[in-house]
Design a binder for this molecule. Structure first.
Ligand SMILES: *[C@@H]1O[C@H](CO)[C@@H](O)[C@H](O)[C@H]1NC(C)=O
Ligand SMILES: *[C@@H]1O[C@H](CO)[C@@H](O)[C@H](O)[C@H]1NC(C)=O
Ligand SMILES: *[C@@H]1O[C@H](CO)[C@@H](O)[C@H](O)[C@H]1NC(C)=O
Ligand SMILES: *[C@@H]1O[C@H](CO)[C@@H](O)[C@H](O)[C@H]1NC(C)=O
Ligand SMILES: *[C@@H]1O[C@H](CO)[C@@H](O)[C@H](O)[C@H]1NC(C)=O
Ligand SMILES: *[C@@H]1O[C@H](CO)[C@@H](O)[C@H](O)[C@H]1NC(C)=O
Ligand SMILES: *[C@@H]1O[C@H](CO)[C@@H](O)[C@H](O)[C@H]1NC(C)=O
Ligand SMILES: *[C@@H]1O[C@H](CO)[C@@H](O)[C@H](O)[C@H]1NC(C)=O
Ligand SMILES: *[C@@H]1O[C@H](CO)[C@@H](O)[C@H](O)[C@H]1NC(C)=O
Length: 679
């Protein structure tokens, strides 16, 4: 102590260490008569009792109390922050019992006024635009009594370490430890009782500790311990002090004493010698008033929640007719209830776009299929949501009806009509666990899907491009009618986060070749995929069959080969055991080949497809095989549009013979490799 010069002025001590200039110590045992040594700002004031009040109970105000001169907190030579230690006694007295806000913070800042800072959740430290900016150089330990979701607060009674941001880098519920007991004892910050807090920073171990206690003895175990090197956050000289704010709820924030030291442990405060909070005068009366008020609030709250529950219950009743008028927003709870919490047991299937669960809507007991899509892309989700309204208005007996939706964060839940017979691919490709679809059933499914797709393309108020036509997206209702599902989803998935999935633009084997060049979805690309579907329904195998012989890998090429050989019916599904209408089968295969044309202009429209299938129009006798125009031009694509057109005409004037005889093995191989390239 001999080395130190001690100045004692009315309970305010200022230690100056003459040998180590960076070491500074502040000690306020009460703040009476120290107005020159505390710089106040906002609503802050020093009361006659010696208590510093940062805010009163007015809402949306702030108060600052800082030591007037900046303190050296960093060694300018090494750029390393210095150790410091502080402790203070505070009390937060809420406006209403247990209801108050927003809290206060011990802060180190580049200025003592903090211009531009906002009250409420910003605690008088920062504002919405500079929150989180590294240039702020605001370091704070917050004692927060309101939970702000935008700032990721953990609860409404916590301690947090804030580095340039009110989104705390570390926070814990307010509490304290007693020595020899490892359980955290809860401590309500806004109880109105005096609480002691210690903040210790060790610049060697880069450790920042916050310790709380309702009594004068410092617990050995700290409430919050955070490993951080404050050097990049601190300026060489910083103002040190406190900041508090109120919002719609208000508290008075009081400080009874403060001790601070750089490079050592701060002197402790003695609770018994600190000024105490004035006891509220009209105690009995106010307690009576409060309890009366509490009873009224309680009655009010109970009736409000009873009403809310009643409303909510009512909302949950889904009348069957409601399902007919368009898509509706389902409460998330209804959908969890419908699926009994998305049990794996109720999983109907899953794919790139999400999992599908079976469920029963509460009350009405309508069976539904609920598709759960997790999408990282907010933009895709927003666009899709804006379209749900219109997509939900699509009504056709060959489309799976969208009944409604629900969004929860990045989870999108789509509720569809339940299709009891599942998806078409299960019947076509899987080993015959399920029944084998007869030719009549297959032809009926094809006609249904075609008319559903025609509706999407031409008959609705807008053109809807499906983009993901395939057997897995054709669902079968109770009477084995084909219904298209998942329309409109492709657009959502396009924005998805995983660019490697082919589902983002379609599925392998169903992708029109021009899609890989232009990437622009068109109705003729849907027709191409529908062609692949026609062939797989007739042949009972996938468009690309990895298990097949190399020359039979790609279904379209295989069908073309058989066609050229004049043995087209060889490709028909063996599982049919030859039981099919030959005329219709040839028509389906031919139509499949026409739809699979490389040139989008050579493909029929869905309207034509439907007319062919209904027998209203005869299919052309001759077909132009792929690579036909390549052969004639001897080139590999890149021709001008005009000449291209000639080839389209040549298809009608039946130059099949010429093209066919002209094609070589090399051409077929080129066709094959280009198909692979497409994928
Ligand atoms: C403030 O502190 C200075 C020492 O830095 C002291 O001389 C002065 O008397 C103090 N003033 C008051 C009002 O406490
Ligand atoms: C609270 O502080 C504000 C700002 O200093 C002041 O305008 C207001 O009158 C104070 N209210 C009370 C009740 O003291
Ligand atoms: C800064 O650190 C250097 C090296 O440790 C030391 O020599 C110097 O005295 C320090 N300066 C201050 C102002 O603390
Ligand atoms: C936010 O605070 C900064 C100072 O830290 C100030 O320059 C800026 O104008 C404030 N912004 C608003 C919107 O108040
Ligand atoms: C951070 O603040 C600086 C200076 O105030 C400003 O130039 C910069 O744009 C801010 N950065 C962000 C991300 O707001
Ligand atoms: C504190 O959090 C901010 C983001 O809020 C982050 O940029 C910064 O790196 C964090 N600092 C530490 C030491 O964790
Ligand atoms: C620790 O504190 C808790 C809560 O006060 C108490 O229930 C428990 O018995 C204590 N444990 C010990 C070992 O003292
Ligand atoms: C402490 O508070 C938490 C939540 O705030 C509560 O779950 C826990 O039971 C409380 N513990 C005690 C000992 O009161
Ligand atoms: C911080 O707390 C931890 C554990 O409570 C303790 O080991 C460490 O010594 C403390 N550091 C400081 C600087 O108080």
């Amino acid at each position: 102590m001999a080395a130190k010069l001690i100045i004692l002025v009315w309970g305010f001590y200022f230690f100056v260490d003459p040998f180590l200039c960076q070491s500074q110590e502040l000690y306020f045992n009460g703040f009476q008569h120290s107005s020159n040594n505390i710089s106040l700002n906002g609503a802050a004031e020093i009361q006659s009792s010696g208590i510093l009040r940062l805010t009163n109970e007015t809402f949306r105000i702030l108060g600052h109390a800082f030591y007037p001169s900046p303190i050296r907190l960093k060694n300018s030579t090494t750029g390393k922050s210095l150790s410091f230690s502080t402790n203070f006694a505070f009390a937060i007295v809420p406006e209403f019992w247990k209801l108050g806000g927003h809290g206060f913070a011990f802060a180190m800042a580049p200025s003592k006024e903090l211009p531009g800072a906002l009250p409420s959740q910003y605690l008088g430290l920062l504002n919405a635009s500079d929150n989180g900016n590294f240039t702020d150089h605001v370091i704070a330990v917050e004692f927060d009594t309101v939970r702000d979701f935008e700032l990721d607060d953990i609860n409404d009674n916590h301690v947090g370490i804030d580095l340039n941001s009110l989104i705390s880098n570390a926070s814990v519920p307010a509490g304290y430890f007693t020595d020899g007991n490892s359980t955290l004892h809860n401590l309500s910050l806004k109880s109105g009782r005096t609480i002691l807090a210690w903040i210790d920073y060790d610049s060697v171990n880069n450790e920042l500790n916050v310790t709380l206690s309702p009594s004068s003895t410092k617990p050995r175990k700290s409430t919050l311990s955070f490993n951080v090197d404050l050097s990049p956050y601190l300026d060489e000289f910083m103002y040190v002090g406190f900041s508090a704010s109120t919002g719609l709820l208000a508290s008075s924030h009081y400080l009874m004493g403060w001790s601070f030291k750089v490079g050592g442990e701060a002197l402790s405060l003695d609770l018994s010698s600190l000024p105490s909070l004035p006891v509220p005068k009209k105690t009995n009366l106010s307690i009576l008033g409060l309890s009366m008020a509490a009873i009224f609030v309680l009655i009010f709250a109970v009736s409000i929640s009873a009403y809310a529950i009643w409303q909510w219950k009512n909302r949950n009743v889904i009348e069957p007719w409601e399902l007919d008028i368009g898509p509706r927003r389902f409460p998330y709870g209804d959908l969890t209830k419908a699926t009994k919490g998305f049990r794996d047991k109720d999983l109907l299937g899953f794919g790139g776009s999400g999992r599908v669960y079976k469920g029963f809507l509460p009350k009405s007991d309508t069976p539904v299929a609920i598709k759960r899509i997790s999408n990282e892309s907010k933009q895709g989700l927003r666009e899709f949501m804006s379209e749900i309204e219109s997509i939900g208005r699509l009504h056709h007996r060959n489309l799976v009806q969208l009944l409604g939706w629900c969004r929860r964060q990045n989870d999108l839940l789509l509720v569809y009509d339940f299709m009891p017979n599942g998806s078409l691919d299960k019947y076509l490709f899987d080993e015959p666990k399920k029944m084998i679809l007869s030719w009549a059933q297959r032809f009926n499914i094809i006609k249904g899907v075609a008319s559903g797709l025609l509706y999407l393309h031409e008959e609705w108020e807008q053109t809807v491009i499906h983009r993901d036509i395939k057997a897995a997206n054709v669902l079968l209702d109770a009477d084995f009618n084909g219904r298209l599902g998942d329309f409109g989803l492709a657009k959502l998935l396009k924005h998805g986060s995983n660019p490697s999935t082919t589902r983002v633009v379609g599925t392998m084997g169903y992708l029109a070749p021009e899609l890989t060049k232009t990437g622009k979805p068109t109705t003729s690309a849907d027709v191409f995929a529908f062609g692949a579907l026609l062939l797989e329904v007739a042949c009972g195998r996938r468009p690309i069959e990895p298990k097949a012989m190399p020359e039979d890998l790609i279904l379209v090429d295989l069908v073309w080969d058989r066609w050229r050989e004049g043995a087209i019916l060889d490709v028909m599904d063996r599982k049919l055991m030859g039981e099919y209408d030959e005329m219709a089968a040839v028509a389906v295969l031919k139509l499949g080949l026409m739809c699979s044309a490389d040139d989008p202009l050579a493909r029929p429209t869905m309207r034509q497809v439907v007319r062919y299938l209904q027998g209203e129009m005869d299919l052309p006798e001759m077909l132009i095989p792929p690579g036909g125009y390549n052969v004639k031009k001897g080139g590999s694509g890149g021709e001008a549009g005009g000449e291209f057109k000639d080839d389209v005409h040549s298809y009608q004037s039946s130059h099949f013979e010429k093209a066919s005889t002209g094609s070589t093995i090399a051409d077929i191989e080129a066709g094959l490799s280009s198909s692979i390239y497409i994928r």
